[in-house]
Design a protein around this ligand. Structure first.
Ligand code: FES
Length: 145
């Protein structure tokens, strides 16, 4: 067994534990999974203070890292409340872009528009953006798929 195979009491490998520690220290949001980074789901821990867009209610931040390859945005919906959204357009999977007080699916997408909570406003998209599970603790938003 080498360092990559060794796990701590939480079942994390050395690399996963270091990545999680780096995220909690403000070095960035890091996707960490219990069984490997290749999974589509996992856990993304976001140090909210790293994103000045989130200082005010209504602010939207595109998170630097992904949740198992899925781009993610965090929206501040209240003084102590946040939501996390997948930025994959439900129409054909193009990444949507924060724009104004919502999101838009720019080319090569087809122009669908979403509200700040991810609800469909207009366009070809069949639904709104996917809401991800998010839990706030001590300034860190833990997002799971
Ligand atoms: S991929 Fe977003 S509207 Fe078509």
């Amino acid at each position: 067994m080498n360092d990559e195979q060794a796990t701590d009491s939480n079942g994390l490998t050395r690399r996963q534990a270091l990545a999680a520690a780096a995220a909690l220290c403000g070095f960035g949001a890091v996707a960490v999974t219990s069984t490997g980074a290749a999974q589509a789901s996992g856990t993304l821990r976001v140090q909210l203070s790293r994103y000045p867009e989130l200082k005010k209610v209504g602010g939207i931040a595109r998170i630097d890292d992904t949740l198992g390859g899925t781009p993610v945005a965090v929206v501040r919906t209240g003084t102590k409340s946040y939501i996390a959204l997948s930025l994959r357009c439900p129409h054909m999977g193009v990444e949507v872009t924060p724009r104004g007080s919502g999101f838009v699916c720019l080319p090569p997408g087809h122009g669908s528009v979403f509200s700040d909570t991810g609800a469909k406003v207009s366009g070809l998209t069949p639904t709104g953006l996917t809401r991800l599970n998010a839990r706030l603790s001590k300034g860190v938003l833990t997002i799971t798929g």
